[in-house]
Ligand binder design. Structure first.
Ligand SMILES: Cc1ncc(COP(=O)(O)O)c(C=O)c1O
Ligand SMILES: N[C@@H](CCCC[NH3+])C(=O)O
Length: 430
């Protein structure tokens, strides 16, 4: 198992942020998500530095869909990050946490009237407008509220990225954005002539998630810069901002070969400058929206092992006290993970087992055929890289309460979210 960020082994036991994993498990019970705060901070600083946030005024917007308790909103504010939100719930969390609303990008392919009204009332920096329905509604609400709203158009650039079918977004057949091929982007620009409350200042695209190859991002840069030029020439509209979305892949298992944040940012900036100079336009302000690459490796999940079932000549099922309710990604995307027993870090064997969850679904398998040390019931198992799309996609299937979340740094544990109780699960019932 690869050690990320501040992880270290002391006398055969795994420590994160200077805290022993057994201590966390015993104080907070299991399952529990553990976040390495310093690693989140380091990732944000790396992004801001190499994306030239200070130097060029480019912006790095953390994609809150990956993990957004108010703890993250506060941390992102401290780290001078912007925020990408996609729903009223995320927007509300940011607002209540005191996140500066002018640094919020409001996404979503079907924002409701209530959400659009909320965004306008809170004063979000940019609406990333996805479709004609939203554009009309936003103009009408801004007119009523006597406000002017800066917007980006989300476009579908027609770029195929190599990633799981469910997390591709940039291809032509997509529910997101105004397509270029069918002329919808140009029709949307024409529509702006009738409107004076929405002000188009930029374009946005997002080609998918968990992408390792930089080339599709560079193709995206070219499409976007050419569109900036065309929009100016055809319509006289000066687009000052280009938002390239998120999607940079991370390490889950040794099959994944991610690019360093530095290399990714430098390649994007270099290509933008080159293309802009070739086609003769000013370099716009760039925005990127990383989610996974900010928090995935910083998060881990601790479980307690219960039943161990050996089916001779077939498989050994090792069941934990969580599963698809706290990590849906293996069932949904066949995502791979690594694991270890937290107090047997130096004693791995070749014995292969399958780590199963406790849900009433045969597909509730967290990791298949993984080699771990000798396992006993009661051991604490860690799965790493669960920081992105783990807690945020968790559910109460089988009426299983959501785990607690803690952050660790410099030997201290900070509670982030409390564990749900059975009473919480009945709270909505009338
Ligand atoms: C519009 C948009 N921006 C940013 C992201 C964040 O992507 P990732 O977590 O892969 O960096 C996503 C999710 O794929 C997205 O849909
Ligand atoms: N939730 C997905 C990624 C979707 C990204 C959001 N557009 C995952 O866990 O990989």
């Amino acid at each position: 198992m690869k050690l990320h960020g501040s992880m270290e082994i002391r006398e055969n036991e795994l420590y994160i942020g200077g805290v022993g994993c057994r201590q966390i498990a015993s104080e907070y019970k299991t399952p529990v998500y553990v976040f390495d705060e310093q690693l989140i901070i380091d990732n944000c600083r790396e992004y801001r530095k190499y994306f030239k946030a200070e130097e060029n005024g480019n912006r790095v917007a953390y994609a809150g869909k990956a993990f957004l308790p108010s703890y993250m909103c506060r941390l992102m504010k401290e780290e001078k990050m912007c925020l990408d939100v996609v729903s009223g719930g995320e927007l509300y969390t940011a607002y209540k946490s005191g996140f500066p609303m002018e640094n919020v990008f409001f996404h979503g392919n079907n924002k409701t009237r209530e959400e659009v009204e909320m965004g306008v009332a809170y004063g979000v920096g940019k609406f990333v407008v996805d479709n004609f329905y939203e554009l009309d509604m936003l103009e009408e609400i801004c007119e009523r509220e006597n406000k002017v709203q800066e917007i980006y158009f989300r476009i579908t650039p027609g770029i195929e990225a190599h990633t799981h079918e469910y997390i591709k977004t940039g291809q032509i057949d997509s529910k997101f954005g105004f397509a270029l091929v069918n002329g919808d982007y140009y029709n949307a620009i024409e529509k702006l002539k009738e409107y004076d409350r929405v002000k188009l200042v930029g374009i946005h695209a997002h080609i998918g998630s968990q992408i390792f190859d930089i080339d599709p991002f560079l193709d995206e840069v070219d499409v976007m810069m050419n569109l900036v030029k065309e929009t100016k020439e055809k319509y006289g509209i000066e687009l000052t901002d280009v938002d390239l979305g998120g999607g940079i892949g991370v390490y889950y298992t040794d099959e994944d070969k991610p690019k360093a944040i530095k290399d990714f940012c430098e390649a994007i900036i270099e290509r933008t400058e080159k293309t802009c100079s070739e086609i003769g336009i000013d370099v716009p302000k760039l925005v990127i929206e990383p989610g996974r690459s900010v928090v995935a490796n910083a998060g881990s999940t601790l479980y307690t092992i219960g039943s161990i079932k050996e089916i001779k000549d077939v498989r050994v099922y090792v069941s934990v006290d969580g599963g698809m309710t706290d990590n849906i990604r293996p069932s949904l995307y066949h995502a791979g993970y690594e694991c270890s027993i937290v107090n047997k870090m130096n004693s791995n064997t070749d014995n292969k087992v399958t780590i199963a969850g406790k849900c009433c679904e045969s597909g509730d398998i967290l990791i298949s055929n993984v080699a771990v040390s000798e396992i006993e019931s009661g051991d604490t198992l860690i799965t790493t890289s669960t920081g992105a799309y783990g807690y945020s996609m968790s559910s109460n299937y089988n009426k299983i309460p959501k785990p607690a979340v803690v952050a660790v740094k410099d030997g201290k544990i900070t509670p982030v979210c409390r564990r749900q109780t059975f009473d919480d699960l009945m709270e909505l019932e009338l």
